[in-house]
Write a protein that binds this ligand. Structure first.
Ligand code: NCN
Ligand code: DMD
Length: 351
């Protein structure tokens, strides 16, 4: 069996018993029931994931950041030249990008992986070279990649998640870098949510009105050409996805297989989560939405995934930024269940 097959076989639903115990405990803590809002639902989810209430605080954390390039850039869908992908990947490796700053602030390590960058990338001690292919093909003309390449990229993500968890990580965060990658992300979200391309396509890293029209047109042509089947996770990501989306889907599958929560960033992460859930519906229970970003595809995806974003700061950066800023809240939600006094222990009268 392949790594993908054994990983899928290892994924089990989250614990309904631990979820129910956490919901009961929230009502015993010294606060009006429900008064901590979404911090309560996230804490309850952490209990369901760990299978125990109160849940362990999800730390230390690793941001799995995957870089890739996109043949669909030939259609004029990004205002930025493709070489920015490799340049930013090296900047992230050197610690100079926003995600490095936000990761340090949140106490999360950044692991950068080249899964599909087109350019020659010089060896860098902080960049993991797992390149599956030098960028995807233009999906308006043919499949973005072969099924074998898609599987290999998914397995890069799984192996990265396993390495992080085996090294002690108890919370995984998704990150990415890839000029043009909002276009395949919107294509994937369109397929998996059954929403038309125009509704789930946004301005990415700065598209103007004309470029936005070209993005929608490219996605519509790609979907008409490939007619992706939303029940076929691997076939869909191979047809209209990207190497970093496939790797992030694998990273999520790996987290679920090891019963570790995974905090999602923006539209690329959300599209990858749709792929992961199409592989195995039980993955839903392991997901936490970090933030509601500017890209309209995020809304369709989080609705499809049954998630509620923790923060809404108007971010549209990617890299894992929205997951990193949400991480302290995820950890706080576990501490609430662990550290608060109960009405009985504190001698506070219940309402
Ligand atoms: O994560 C998001 O929601 C997000 C929204 C807009 C842009 N991005 C980032 O910007 C790049 C893709 O933008 P674009 O316009 O080239 O498709 C890529 O490197 C992403 O990390 C990311
Ligand atoms: C400079 C730059 C940094 C990024 N980080 C994530 N996506 C990005 C896109 C650009 C263009």
């Amino acid at each position: 069996m392949s790594l993908l097959d054994t990983t899928l076989a290892a994924i089990k639903p989250v614990s309904e018993e631990a979820l129910a115990a956490a919901e009961r405990r929230q009502n015993e803590l010294t606060k009006p029931p429900g008064s901590l809002g979404h911090l309560e639902t996230v804490g309850n989810r952490l209990a369901a994931i760990a299978g125990v209430c109160p849940p362990p605080v999800p730390e230390p954390a690793v941001i799995g950041l995957f870089a890739g390039d996109h043949g669909v850039c030939a259609q004029g869908v990004s205002p930025w030249p493709q070489e920015v992908t490799v340049q930013m990947m090296l900047n992230i490796g050197a610690g100079g990008a926003a995600i490095n700053v936000l990761g340090r602030q949140a106490g999360a390590d950044v692991w950068v992986t080249n899964v599909g960058v087109a350019a020659d990338a010089p060896d860098h001690p902080a960049v993991r070279d797992r390149n599956v292919r030098r960028g995807t093909a233009d999906f308006t003309e043919g499949p973005a990649m072969t099924l074998e390449e898609a599987r290999a990229a998914v397995e890069v993500g799984i192996a990265t998640a396993f390495e992080a968890v085996d090294g002690g990580a108890r919370c995984l965060l998704t990150g990415e870098m890839g000029i043009g990658n909002t276009t395949p992300s919107s294509a994937l979200i369109s397929v998996f949510t059954g929403t038309d391309a125009a509704t789930v396509t946004g301005r990415g890293a700065g598209a103007d009105d004309e470029m936005l029209d070209r993005k929608v047109d490219a996605i519509e042509r790609g979907l008409a050409l490939h007619q992706p089947d939303p029940a076929d996770a691997l076939g869909t990501v191979a047809a209209v996805g990207g190497l970093e989306q496939a790797a992030i889907a694998g990273f999520i599958l790996g987290a679920a297989a090891r019963r570790v929560p995974v905090v999602l960033d923006g539209v690329i992460a959300c599209s990858a989560a749709c792929v992961a859930v199409a592989f195995d519906d039980d993955v839903r229970g392991y997901l936490i939405s970090g933030h509601a970003g500017a890209e309209p595809g995020i809304q369709a995806a989080v609705a499809h995934l049954g998630l509620r974003p923790l923060v809404d700061l108007g971010l549209r950066l990617g890299e894992g930024s929205g997951a990193a800023v949400a991480l302290p809240m995820v950890q706080a939600s576990a501490r609430i269940l662990n550290d608060m006094a109960t009405f009985a222990s504190a001698g506070v009268s219940e309402g």
